[in-house]
Design a protein around this ligand. Sequence first.
Ligand SMILES: Nc1nc2c(ncn2[C@@H]2O[C@H](COP(=O)(O)OP(=O)(O)OP(=O)(O)O)[C@@H](O)[C@H]2O)c(=O)[nH]1
Ligand SMILES: [Mg+2]
Length: 323
Amino acid sequence: MANQGRTPEQISIEEITWLKRLRQGLDKTRRSLVNQLRAIVGQGPLNQDAVLEIESLLLQADVGVEATDYIIDALQNKLRSETLPPAEAIAYLKQILRDMLDRPGGKGINPTFAPEKDTLNIWLITGVNGAGKTTTIGKIAHIAQKSGYRTLIGAADTFRAAAVQQVKVWGDRSSVEVIANPGKNTDPAAVVFDAITAAQSRNTELLLVDTAGRLQNKKNLMDELSKIRRIIDKKAPNAKVESLLVLDSTLGQNGLRQAEVFSQAAQLSGVVLTKLDGTARGGIALAVVQQLGLPIRFIGAGEGIEDLRPFSSYEFVEALLSG
Ligand SMILES: Nc1nc2c(ncn2[C@@H]2O[C@H](COP(=O)(O)OP(=O)(O)OP(=O)(O)O)[C@@H](O)[C@H]2O)c(=O)[nH]1
Ligand SMILES: [Mg+2]
């Protein structure tokens, strides 16, 4: 959804900058994976030692047990019947990873994740505190605005005093209006109600809803998210709703455990992986799709407004495995 209003030259410079940044971001993961993998898979049929080595490399990159088993099985099947030169073996491995990333839970996904034009799309952004929700909203708002979508932000994190101010700063940066309620102890569901009312009267195409990452306790947080979700479904029954979990990739497997709880409360439809810049845990993307059965929709690799992109399995796997 990012191509309107820019010249081809601007677009290609941005693409190159992004790919460079993504590669740099995954540098640590790649360095620990690629050379060793290259050496192992290039030796022909995988013996038990090689399998154990690959297993440990993948687990170190936080690929997770399930996804690792799947990858090892696929590699073994292939390499049992033929000996591949290293480059071809790596190419085959890339293919396995791309297929996994493109078919989370075997469901198949929409590869160009874009809001539908001339329709109200509501994206509910959830996740634990500090995961990068508000930053992600600012970045998505920027992409959406550049792409010509009529966009609004609903500031439904009313728990922290500074949260509304923070999301307003992002709204200013991306020239997107923020619907907020300045009163103290405002009910976040009421803010969502107001934001949907505003969106409906202005023919908004994308409403981004910021939520709290921490409340008095986990049950309160989940109750609040469930309530927000109910308000959305009731007040905007025809809207296209996406419920995105923002996951901090530096937390690795620990982050995944949070996901199940959110999944129940917010009926998740996808994941945004943040902080892929400078983590050795880039393999978490594979664990997300394999363990949660959810597609990755966006990835963030930096704190700046341009540092977020719709997820592309091709870009990701190239950045992860090209030497
Ligand atoms: N390096 C890096 N930092 C990021 C990225 N995304 C977010 N951050 C940083 O992570 C910190 C937390 O981001 P927020 O957007 O405030 O997180 P949040 O989920 O809204 O947090 P709460 O509102 O407290 O629940 C900020 O310092 C961001 O700049 C990313 O992709 N890379
Ligand atoms: Mg926030």
